[in-house]
Design a protein around this ligand. Structure first.
Ligand SMILES: NC(=O)c1ccc[n+]([C@@H]2O[C@H](COP(=O)([O-])OP(=O)(O)OC[C@H]3O[C@@H](n4cnc5c(N)ncnc54)[C@H](O)[C@@H]3O)[C@@H](O)[C@H]2O)c1
Length: 314
């Protein structure tokens, strides 16, 4: 937000006041709150960005805050998931529409310059008719059973036999979004497997807890337009952040984008054609980079700056 010319950040709210003050100092934000209702009551605030994290006591934190922001008449950018029940995300969407408010879900990886350019090339017809998409969203962030779990909303204690969704929702969402964006269609049918590879993990208080959640998933699927896909999401697969790979193959060409930070390079895009089948790197035009970009910028600030700038432009 500090980088887009369309916004001025006037307030920050966190339940932890010290953290909020730290960030306020870092980005010259004048006002700090610990009570979101107080912040929302201000009439000079137009846009709210919900980037809190739920807890075991406040599981649907984004949903609650999103409805509060929309009821207060604020345009709303919200981290995924907006709600764990997708029907409530649609409710939020309809509420926003009825009030003439703009919304966006923070599906950050759409806003990687390489992914944005890949979409533009597909729109221009580079791959022709879409045939096959392969996608990955994975890294090894939660591979250790002994490192205490701090993100209990993503990895909750789940002692009973019923597997509870985790990796597919928490990690799969961005690559599922990208897959439909690139194939220009919606998923019609899927068959897949949700697997629990690390059955016991260490809680923040040192207890060993049963985590019967999906931490590695694979599905194959078919889109409404006849294209097909394979998608893998996991946070117990060795590799660096953020860990996305999107491959789109069509009648006239293929594109492969990787967002895996390796040796200082956060994104790559490669292309091939039926008469030039060896993949070659593609240079990403300057217009896909956010304001204030400097070469060597890490993926996290680069992609988020683009997401926010795009929302503010809308
Ligand atoms: N788009 C992406 O690629 C991506 C990547 C990582 C995380 N996320 C999402 O971003 C969110 C934040 O992740 P994080 O790693 O920064 O979490 P974090 O735990 O480091 O920080 C979240 C903060 O939210 C605060 N908070 C919780 N409830 C609140 C409330 N009711 N009012 C005010 N503050 C509240 C907490 O005190 C905490 O400081 C998560 O929901 C996660 O799903 C998205």
């Amino acid at each position: 937000f500090a980088r887009t010319p369309h916004a001025k950040v006037v307030a920050i709210c966190d339940l932890n006041e010290d953290l909020a003050r730290q960030r306020a100092g870092q980005f010259d934000i004048p006002d700090v709150y610990t009570d979101v209702e107080k912040m929302l009551s201000r009439s000079d605030i137009d846009v709210i960005d919900i980037c809190s994290r739920g807890s075991s006591k406040d599981d649907d934190n984004h949903e609650r805050l999103a409805f509060m922001a929309l009821e207060a008449g604020k345009h709303c950018l919200c981290e995924k998931p907006v709600a764990h029940d997708y029907r409530n995300t649609w409710k939020a969407h309809h509420l926003a529409e009825s009030k003439g408010l703009k919304t966006k879900v923070g599906l950050t990886f759409r806003y990687a310059p390489a992914m944005m350019y890949m979409r533009a090339l597909i729109e221009e017809g580079f791959i022709g008719t879409p045939f096959i998409f392969n996608g990955y969203e994975q890294n090894s962030q939660f591979i250790s059973p002994t490192i205490p779990v701090t993100k209990m909303d993503l990895i909750p204690e789940q002692p009973n036999d019923e597997i509870r969704v985790s990796s597919l929702e928490g990690y799969g969402a961005p690559i599922i979004d990208l897959s439909m964006w690139f194939m220009d269609s919606t998923i019609k049918s899927v068959v897949g497997i949700l697997k629990n590879f690390v059955p016991y993990r260490t809680a923040i208080d040192g207890r060993v807890m049963r985590t019967n959640i999906d931490d590695g998933d694979i599905y194959i699927g078919e889109y409404a337009n006849g294209a097909i896909c394979s998608v893998q999401s996991s946070y117990v697969t060795v590799g660096n952040y953020p860990g996305l790979e999107a491959r789109a193959y069509g009648s006239d060409g293929a594109l492969i984008c990787r967002l895996v930070e390796e040796f200082g390079v956060p994104q790559t895009l490669h292309q091939a054609k039926p008469d030039a089948v060896e993949f070659v790197p593609v240079e990403i035009p300057d217009k896909y980079f956010p304001p204030g970009y400097t070469p060597g910028e890490p993926w996290s600030s680069l992609f988020y700056a683009n997401l926010v700038h795009n929302f503010m432009e809308e």
